[in-house]
Design a protein around this ligand. Structure first.
Ligand code: ATP
Ligand code: MG
Length: 591
């Protein structure tokens, strides 16, 4: 049985740098042996199993004591990096008047993702998904002169987005913690300078969290503006797809412009030839039927815009249509269903540019501009045309970048093949320009005496999402292997028995580590060694010190570094000093 005295469990006070000791016997950390049924990726499973968090509703989680420690540490790293670039911390409300959102136009534009509520007087409010409206309204009238600029403010706060598909635990929640910062400027140079500082700070945050990451060119989505970079933590579980190149080029495939190599079917000077193709008309079927590569086919997609104008889009046969790219060219683009196609006289699987009804607009991917003859549908079921020459046999209304970048596409900068990887967007920085200052009426007086709208930047960091990203990069079959910078504690001391000299030695080691400012846990639970080892691996303390009978007889304790499961022995009389040095060296890697 465990024998504990109150003096053994109190806070160590022998040094000013001492930290509070966590005793597993008192800790609320109900670890789970089995994977929870609805968890599908490592971070989701392990954060639940290691008792870091519990599910409240779809995409809504509570943080238990260990998870809360991690959350606080991540917040602190983010805070230090924001403070270091002169961004000032504040806290803004979660409940935001609907009127502000109506003024910016986003009450409608944000759609069902915005959580809305009414008060008892039937005033409408939104739960904050982001804070541009509120802060722009706040500073307008208070920041008056160019002399007050630039200013940059941030807060670390809960955010609410009623996501269509909340999933993957902390990766895509409906309630999550974000650091969001907003900056106000009078010149492009000033905005650019702070934007660069934020980018630098985001790189530092990634490094201090231990994240392998790539900053990529991105789409600005709902937020607005044109200049934007996403910070992608590399992980197979990531929902984003990115391409990067050794030359330094990197972009989200949603926006990446790449050199796509199309293959010519036939000869450059061939004329139109009708080919009977008794197949379902899909590109894979066509390629197989003719014994050619899909890159030699041209894919057609029919859709309409918000006003009902019908378009036929042509892209290289081995590529997919990029939704984000299309949305920039055609407002409210939607694919036609089969009935709508039939109504327009379009034959599913056999659509081609020759002989289309006149009221249909033709948009073609710019990669096809270099392909002198196309293999396309014949607008007749069961037939294709080869040798079709663009701008000769038919007119293209718009040439545009339509196809999502994919494996084997080449870098637009240097021509080498791009590397395709999955990523988790942990942060994004934007140059907003005057989008919000104009719509919210936020102006300052310039040196020339005239009033101008503020130039703005905004900078979001997913605090809770980045915790999941770290777990995706640092886990194995036994559990989480936290980088020391954000582990719930740095070392766990495990006595293999209680009530005798093993426990006394373990408590001495624990006290000495705490006195040196090391964050230390003692597993003083009356549990079998196997249970303690499994929990220590699952929770992921960076170091474990095992105090066992056989070791003590030889004057040693066992040390395990969780990352890589590297075991060694430490002589009892120098164990604490050695461990302190190891931990300090480990910490230094993340500073
Ligand atoms: P996504 O494209 O993944 O939906 P977003 O581009 O809409 O994200 P931003 O508006 O750029 O997100 O928000 C800033 C940061 O907040 C993101 O980079 C991400 O780290 C985090 N974040 C956004 N949505 C969520 C969410 N549903 N759950 C957890 N974190 C989120
Ligand atoms: Mg984003």
């Amino acid at each position: 049985m465990a024998t504990q005295t109150s003096s053994q469990t109190s806070v160590t006070t022998s040094s000013q740098t001492s930290t509070r000791i966590i005793e597993m016997s008192k800790l609320y950390a109900p670890t789970l042996k089995e994977d929870p049924g609805d968890a599908d990726i490592a971070s989701h499973k392990l954060l639940l199993r290691a008792a870091m968090m519990r599910k409240v509703a779809a995409g809504v989680y509570s943080f238990l004591p260990l998870g809360f420690k991690v959350l606080r540490k991540v917040e602190q790293i983010v805070r230090e990096e924001m403070d270091a670039i002169g961004c000032q911390e504040m806290i803004m409300s979660i409940i935001q008047p609907g009127e502000l959102w109506k003024r910016s136009g986003r009450w409608d534009d944000y759609g069902p993702e915005l959580f809305r509520l009414n008060d008892r007087h039937d005033n409408v409010f939104a739960l904050s998904p982001t804070q541009e409206e509120l802060i722009t309204d706040m500073i307008s009238g208070e920041l008056r002169s160019y002399r007050d600029l630039p200013k940059s403010l941030y807060h670390i706060q809960w955010k609410y987005r009623d996501e269509v598909r909340p999933r993957f635990g902390l990766l895509r929640g409906r309630e999550f913690v974000m650091k969001d910062a907003y900056s106000f400027h009078d010149t492009r140079e000033s905005l650019q300078e702070h934007y660069d500082q934020q980018g630098y700070a985001y790189g530092r945050i990634c490094e201090r969290l231990g994240l392998r990451f790539v900053p990529v060119e991105a789409d600005s989505g709902q937020i607005g503006g044109k200049v934007t970079v996403e910070f992608m933590a590399l992980a197979d579980a990531g929902e984003a797809e990115i391409v990067h190149c050794d030359c330094g080029f990197a972009a989200n495939t949603e926006v990446a412009i790449a050199k796509i190599n199309c293959e010519l079917y036939g000869t450059p000077d061939a004329t139109i030839n009708e080919i009977e193709t008794p197949i379902d008309g899909s590109i894979p079927a066509l390629a197989e039927f003719l014994g050619i590569s899909q890159a030699a086919c041209v894919k057609a997609l029919a859709g309409k815009d918000a006003d009902g104008q019908v378009y036929v889009l042509f892209i290289p046969g081995d590529h997919e249509l990029g939704d984000v790219k299309v949305s920039k060219i055609i407002n409210g683009f939607e694919l036609l269903d089969e009935q709508e196609m039939a109504d327009m006289g379009l034959k599913l699987g056999f659509i081609g540019p020759v002989g289309l009804p006149r009221n249909i607009k033709v948009v073609a991917d710019q990669a096809l501009q270099n392909l002198p003859r196309w293999l396309t549908g014949a607008n007749k079921a069961g037939y294709h045309l080869s040798g079709v020459a663009p701008e000769k046999d038919f007119q293209v209304d718009i040439w545009a970048d339509l196809a999502n970048t994919q494996d084997k596409d080449c870098c637009i900068e240097c021509g080498r093949p791009l590397i395709l990887q999955r990523g988790i967007e942990v942060g994004q920085i934007f140059q907003l320009g005057t989008k919000y200052s104009e719509s919210m009426g936020a102006y300052y007086m310039a040196e020339d005496g005239n009033e101008y709208p503020f130039l703005m930047g905004c900078y979001g960091w997913g605090v809770t999402r980045s915790i999941a990203a770290v777990v995706e990069q640092y886990n194995d079959e036994a559990g989480i292997a936290w980088p020391i910078s954000i582990a719930p504690a740095e070392v766990c001391v495990i006595p293999l028995a209680l009530g005798d000299e093993l426990e006394t030695t373990a408590r001495q080691i624990t006290d000495q580590l705490a006195a040196a400012g090391i964050e230390v846990v003692i597993d003083d639970r009356d549990e079998r060694p196997g249970v303690k080892f499994a929990d220590a691996d699952l929770i992921g303390w960076p170091y474990q010190v095992v105090v066992g009978k056989r070791g003590l007889a030889d004057g040693v304790v066992e040390l395990k570094k969780r990352q890589g499961q590297i075991k060694s022995e430490l002589a009892l009389d120098s164990a604490v000093t050695e461990l302190i040095n190891l931990i300090k060296a480990d910490r230094a890697q993340y500073l």
